[in-house]
Design a protein around this ligand. Structure first.
Ligand SMILES: [Zn+2]
Length: 280
């Protein structure tokens, strides 16, 4: 298992999990390189809600879709609010939120589907993307977990929703925890520490790290723990272990931008889609 970057069409660098079977799913984590957005959104900003010029974002989104051989009009991307709502989507949601933010599905931070050719996309700048593949039942999921979503256990709830809707067996499900802020850089305040102690009473000492009078949280481990506690095998969870703040030359990082005195930045995207005709 590993996470790696591969150069694609349109000269984009896209991240992938080696454990996800390419004959079943198409997936990618975008980087910030190769787009048309101007500073501070330079350059492959894929989010419409951050104050960037919408025309630039649409060019970026269409190029991103093309780099994956996907039809831009099919991609579903919701309005993310750091909550724990998981929504099952189907044909009827096709294209919602991709070309027009106004028609995005409201207040949803995780999507699941068993509809082929319905790409699911979420946007990130340090928060943790978690992608799911259930090969046996041909179903997928994707979740957005910042500290709030992680403490609300949205990753575990996404897996649970896949079990309810598609019969996913957690023990056989594959997951990928994509690049996001690591415990090297994610300094937090007392409110996050309290939420972590409450959400992970048995593991708080592992997740809360004290260094040089500062407190850091390990979101990768917190998401890994909740998936293992939900019945997943650690062998089936691919953790990229790439920090978006350390690697802010590659990825948008809200924390890196803020540290540099810039209150705004772009968003990378994580996308996953079931293939309609798996090439067996
Ligand atoms: Zn870091």
């Amino acid at each position: 298992m590993s996470y790696y970057l591969r150069q694609s069409r349109q000269n984009f660098w896209l991240g992938r999990f080696s454990s996800f079977p390419e004959d079943i799913v198409q997936h990618a984590i975008s980087t910030k390189l190769g787009g048309v957005s101007k500073p501070p959104f330079d350059s492959l900003n894929l989010a419409l809600h951050v104050g960037d010029n919408p025309q630039d974002v649409l060019i970026n989104r269409k190029r991103f879709a093309a780099s994956l051989d996907l039809n831009a009009e099919d991609i579903v991307t919701p309005n993310q609010v750091h909550g724990d709502r998981v929504l099952k989507v189907d044909e009827s949601h096709k294209g919602r939120g991709f070309l027009n933010y106004d028609d995005a599905i409201k207040e949803t931070d995780a999507l699941i589907t068993n509809t082929p050719d319905l790409p699911l996309m979420l946007c990130f700048a340090d928060c943790v993307p978690i992608l799911f593949v259930d090969v046996d039942n041909a179903a997928i999921g994707i979740a957005h977990a910042g500290w709030k979503g992680t403490m609300l256990k949205i990753a575990a709830k996404t897996l649970m929703a896949m079990t309810d809707e598609f019969g996913t067996d957690p023990a056989k499900c594959l997951a990928g925890i994509a690049p996001s802020i690591g415990s090297c850089c994610y300094e937090v305040g007392e409110n996050v520490v309290e939420a972590c102690e409450k959400a992970f009473p048995r593991h708080a000492d592992k997740l809360i790290i004290k260094r040089n009078g500062k407190i850091f949280i390990d979101l990768w481990q917190a998401n890994l723990i909740q998936l293992i506690e939900s019945g997943m095998s650690e062998d089936n969870i691919d953790v990229a272990r790439e920090c978006t703040c350390c690697k802010s030359a590659w990825y948008f990082s809200y924390r890196a931008a803020r540290t540099a005195g810039k209150p705004e930045t772009g968003r990378i995207a994580a996308l996953i889609s079931l293939k309609s005709n798996p090439d067996f």
